[in-house]
Design a protein around this ligand. Sequence first.
Ligand code: ADP
Ligand code: ASP
Ligand code: MG
Length: 399
Amino acid sequence: MGIVVQKYGGSSVSTIEKIQEIAERLIKRKENGDSMVVVVSAMGDTTDDLINLAHEISSSPDKRELDALLSTGEIISSSLLAMAIKEKGYESVSYTGYQLKIQTTDNHGKALIKDLDENRLKESLKEGKIVIVAGFQGIDSEGDITTLGRGGSDTTAVALACKIGASCEIYTDVDGIYSADPRKLKGALKLDSIHYEEMLELASLGAQVMHSRSIELASKYDIPIYVGLSTGDIRGTLIMNNMYMESKPITGIATSNEDIAITLKDINSNVNIISNLFNSIAEEKINIDMISQTSPVDDKVNISFTIPKDELEECMEIIKVYVNDTQITFDEDITKFSVVGIGMKTTSGVAARIFKLFSDNDIEVKMVTTSEIRITCAIKRSDELKAIKLVAKEFDISK
Ligand code: ADP
Ligand code: ASP
Ligand code: MG
C-alpha cells in the first residue's frame, strides 16, 4: 500500500454527478489501503469559457490577470470534490497551487514548475485525508498566480508524484493510449505500454491525451504513468521505459491543426540576417517547428516555417522588423501529420514508404521534418483523415 497520485481531466469532472462518482471511487481505493492525492482539471469547458470571458474585455488580456482568472476553474472543481468526499463521511482537504507552494517560472500562461513544498500535503495524508489538488497552477517568485499551459494538470500530477515518490495514474475520457486519436481513426489499436520517448513525441505533435511536459518529467524521474478511463476498470496503458527486442517501425500517429505556415519571400540569403530573425523569434519563446528554405537565386531565398497559430500576432511583430509586409504569406490550410516509433531507429525506408503512399493517393506534402524516431509532413487539412487511415493500414497499426 503506497501513495497514489491520480488525475481526473475536465470531462471526468464536468458535472456534480461525475464529481460524486469520483468521490466514491476515491473512497473505495482509500478503503483498500492507499493514500490518495488527487489532481483535478476544471469542470468541462470551464477554462474555454473563462478565456472567452476575458476576450469579451480585451483582445489580448493582461497575462497576469488571465492566469488569476484561469486558475479559478481548477479551484472550483477541487473544492467541490473535497466537499463531495466529506459529505460521504470521509476526511478530505483541497489545496490550490498557492497553498502547496508550487513554485514556477514567471512566464504567465506557460510557466514551468521549479519545485513544490510537499510538507503540507504529507501532513494531510498522515491525518488520513484524501488530498485534492487544483491542477494547472502555481506561483512565481513574486507570489503571483501562474498557469502551466493548456492541458497542464497532467504535469501537476506527475510533478507531485515525482516529489513524493508516489505512483501516478491519469484518468480521462479514453481507456488508454491508442495508435492514433480514436476520434479520428475508428480502428486505432490500444497500446499496453508505450515508451516515454514515443509518448513525448506524440504529445508534442498533437496527441492531446497527455501534456507533453508531464512525460518529460516522468521520464526524468523514471516514474511510470498509467493512463486509463475515469469510469469502470478497463485496463489502460503504461507510459514507461518499455524495452521490446523488436518493435513495429511505427507505434503511433499524431496530427495537429494548431499551426500556421509562414513564408518569407526573397529574403537576403545572408546567414546572419536569417539567424538574427530566428534568434529574435526564439527569444520570445515562440516555438518554430518545421522549416524549409529554397536554394539561393540572385542571393535571395524563400523561407517557410510553422508556428502555433496563437503565437502569430507576437511572431509578426518580430518578423516585420526584418521584412516588408509584401514579402510575407500565410498558409492556414495545414495539418501537421506525424508518425512516431522507436522501431524507426532500426528500420530504413519508412519515409520512402510514406511518400510513395501519399503520392499514389494525391496527398501533397508541403514541408517535412524528421528526427531519429519521427517523420512529420505538413499536408492539406482536407487530407488529414485520409492520411491517418492510409498510413495506419500500411504500417499495421489499425484493426
Ligand atoms: P482530459 O480532459 O482528461 O485531460 P483530453 O481531452 O486532454 O482529456 O485528452 C483526451 C483525448 O485525447 C481523448 O478524448 C482523445 O480523443 C484524444 N487523443 C488524441 N490522441 C490520442 C491517442 N493517441 N490515444 C488516446 N487518446 C488520444
Ligand atoms: N483546465 C486546463 C485546460 O483546459 C488544464 C487541464 O485541463 O489540464 O487546459
Ligand atoms: Mg488533457
